[in-house]
Design a protein. Structure first.
Length: 461
């Protein structure tokens, strides 16, 4: 018999977690069934954080609860740090933020969601929780809803980090559907000349196929899409939502993650696109459908390094939405507390102050217009007939990126050749596809870049 210690994971459910699960079981049992094993065990502890919150309200003599150093009634600080803060109060920069985020920031972001997504009006959805940008939100969603071996449905044009997050970290299995009509999926065997729109029928068929005999399915839709820069048309958005509702009616419990990282950057190239998140169409739609919105200041306010994002829950059963959101809020706070503890206070303070600024809307509109002009120039240049022998342009209308399908060469070899011989950096996303980030191109640089891409393809041939 071995003398080594027992390393079997401890699976006993805490009474607080059990109470949350019982509330879900009574109010919305389908949501409880969506949770992962870890999600069922999650809870927010009545420990240091909650005891400190009580002490802030009631300890009128001495408060010796939280683990920060204080002096003269405020946080202890160094002048070499404080001198960098401008007019930001020290307490709004160096102290801990609540695990769910600053209450004022959460409220302002909810107001923003309602203003920019009119379809959410009169719908019951949760208060956004602050995440360490959207990648952290993706990881939290995985913790809440994915067990090893669970299946996820994504488009075949996807951000590569999804595989690292969901397959490598959470042990899920990603299945895909052809994003574009005529794209032929990942095989690269189909002619790409027929590309003209999103293949919502392929999505519906793949959703039905994967949902057959499966109790739960997690779907992730990223709009505007990375790497394609595509935002569905209103008709395509309706078709996606209808397909999800049909599958929910068949009995499959669906967690639909809406990765809205590039929300608001809509240019309407080649026709009008949606200007709302799919989250609004899905919230309150069917009891078997839970919408999860991931977004953030990262791209929307052009503050990538502040790492300030949000996760918001949109239950499918309106009458139980408050109970569901409260339970998921508590479980998410537990996941944040057990992971990163909280998102940096200073980042949240800056974003909250920006959201309250009267000039913010005009500033965002000006930056979006700059990106729109770049996208229009890319649309004009990349679609020129002289380049048709070198690539096909996948439809794009939003965000930071566009994608071309190169003809007759391997995309990775082309990427390296562009670096070595032309000093041009692009991203190969598959054996056939090259991504161009027009977000970091000046308008005058667009045509020379595509000329170099064309020349490099001809050289490799």
């Amino acid at each position: 018999m071995s003398d080594s210690p027992d390393r079997t994971p401890h699976r006993e459910i805490n009474p607080i977690a059990q109470a949350l699960n019982e509330k879900l079981e009574e109010a919305a049992p389908e949501v409880l069934a969506m949770l992962s094993e870890y999600g069922r065990r999650l809870y927010f502890p009545k420990g240091i954080i909650s005891q400190t919150a009580e002490a802030r309200q009631r300890a009128n003599r001495f408060n010796a609860t939280i683990g920060i150093a204080t002096e003269e009634g405020g946080p202890m600080s160094l002048s070499s740090v404080v001198s960098q803060l401008g007019d930001v109060p020290v307490a709004d920069a160096v102290t801990y933020a609540p695990p769910a985020g600053r209450p004022g920031l959460r409220a302002l972001w909810r107001e923003k969601l309602l203003a920019e997504n009119p379809s959410l009006t009169d719908k019951a959805f949760g208060q956004p929780l602050v995440t360490s940008a959207i990648t952290h939100g993706l990881s939290l969603a995985g913790e809440l809803f994915l067990d090893p071996g669970d299946v996820m449905l994504l488009p075949d044009k996807l951000w590569g980090n999804y595989r690292l997050t969901f397959e490598v970290h959470h042990g899920a299995r990603i299945e895909t559907f052809p994003f574009y009509l005529g794209s032929g999926g990942d095989s690269g065997s189909s002619d790409s000349r027929g590309l003209d729109r999103m293949d919502t029928e392929a999505f519906a068929a793949r959703l039905a196929e994967l949902g057959e005999g499966r109790e739960k399915l997690v779907v992730l839709l990223n709009f505007p899409n990375n790497p394609t820069g595509y935002m569905p048309t209103p008709e395509e958005g309706d078709a996606l939502a209808a397909a999800l509702e049909r599958q929910a009616e068949r009995g499959t419990k669906l967690v639909v993650i809406c990765d809205d990282a590039y929300f608001g950057l809509f240019y309407h190239l080649g026709g009008a696109s949606m200007t709302e998140s799919l989250f609004g169409k899905l919230t309150g739609r069917h009891p078997n459908l839970l919408a999860v919105k991931l977004d953030g200041a990262t791209k929307e306010l052009f503050v990538w390094g502040l790492r300030c994002g949000f996760i918001t829950f949109g239950p499918g059963r309106p009458e139980a939405a408050e109970i569901v959101c409260d339970a998921l809020d508590a479980k998410t706070r537990g996941a944040v507390r057990g992971g990163v503890s909280n998102v940096p206070q200073l980042s949240q303070t800056l974003v909250e102050r920006a959201l309250g600024s009267p000039g913010l809307a005009a500033e965002r509109e000006a930056k979006c217009e700059t990106l729109r002009l770049r996208a229009e120039r890319v649309f004009e240049v990349a679609n020129q007939p002289k380049f048709a022998e070198s690539w096909s342009v996948y439809p794009f209308n939003s965000g930071y990126f566009m994608l071309v399908r190169v003809e007759g060469v391997d995309a990775e070899k082309l990427r390296v050749h562009l670096l070595d011989e032309h000093g041009v950096g692009l991203i190969a996303t598959s054996a056939t596809d090259i991504r161009v980030a027009f977000s970091c191109l000046e308008a005058q640089d667009v045509e020379p870049l595509f000329e170099a891409l064309h020349q490099a393809i001809q050289e490799l041939r």
